[in-house]
Write a protein that binds this ligand. Sequence first.
Ligand code: NAD
Ligand code: TYD
Length: 354
Amino acid sequence: MILVTGGAGFIGSNFVLDWMAAEGSPVVNLDKLTYAGNAENLASLSKDVRHVFVQGDIGDRALVSGLLDKHKPEAIVHFAAESHVDRSILGPGEFVQTNVVGTFNLLEAARAYWSALAEPAKSQFRFLHVSTDEVYGSLTMSDPAFSETTAYAPNSPYAASKAASDHLVRAYHHTYGMPTVTTNCSNNYGPLQFPEKLIPLMIRNALQGKPLPVYGDGKNVRDWLYVGDHCSGIRAALKKGRPGETYNIGGNSERNNLEVVHALCEILDELHPSGAPHAKLITFVKDRPGHDWRYAINATKIKNELGWQPTEKFESGLRKTVQWYLNHSQWVENVTSGAYRNWISQNYEGRSAA
Ligand code: NAD
Ligand code: TYD
């Protein structure tokens, strides 16, 4: 039995589905169902008694303690967070509340539960904290990729809130001896990603014939990690990761944003032709404030220590992703409610073409 937080979001729901298929042991899934959480992602588990869904807040210590005492999980896998950089720029408060205060409350409930465990359950317990490469700041094109010893230099309110949560997790290991493991991964893509992030937003806009808003000159680089690879990396870190350690998880797929959008357009031209090349919709818009230039992950440690490496090539992963969105137009329709439309006008209406 494991407790997953944020398991109705993009990576969390992929992880729960992957865990059920690969491991099969029961999951308690605690998710607040914010705009980014969607119970429909887990519809295929609705009749599966191994999956217990609980709608609630990681910051609700009484609720979390009750779940830990009742279900006695061997591990907590912590995904729940506010996760979108642009939202953190327009409203950082929620990020501090969920990512910092929420993680602190979760750690406190976990510490009380873990402290009372008898051996060997106590030393076998794991608190796996899912974090991001954005805590390391921004690279130039000639810098080496982020390693686990790169100094923290978060630049956005999102990255700063994740960095703060990483520090708390580190301190709970160092001070209390709690067996924590932290993973810092690069940009994920794949099925079930909310269409506010680059790849699903561009797919949705392209299918609707709307402009494809590329920030700045489109030369910013991200290291793209297929979500299925991320899930297997987390499982490896959970099983074999050493307590107190951090592991970087990357996709070995650095691309700049324009390359990503052009690749998407070419796949859509083939799978869903619209008469004109989709690339005609590319529109350069005002840049994101403080926009990090480049992220890249050196994933040598997890490869050498845990035997994990990504298996998906960016081109095949992107094709699978586009195909998934083409096959799931109703899912996109359902998640892009009135609240989604408000976000789109808030984030994009002020960005006249650059
Ligand atoms: P997401 O925004 O898609 O999902 C977040 C989930 O957390 C949602 O289901 C939401 O309802 C839930 N949630 C939010 N606040 C909560 C609270 N207070 N209590 C309980 N549940 C709450 O995020 P994601 O993209 O799936 O990211 C998951 C984790 O991975 C996050 O911690 C994020 O920082 C990290 N991460 C994501 C990426 C990426 O590319 N998406 C990259 C690196 C790291
Ligand atoms: P995003 O998916 O928001 O992830 P992150 O900022 O956490 O890396 O953005 C990925 C890249 O795409 C980033 O450089 C910003 C850029 N971007 C655009 O150019 N246009 C957009 O509409 C969005 C959402 C992102």
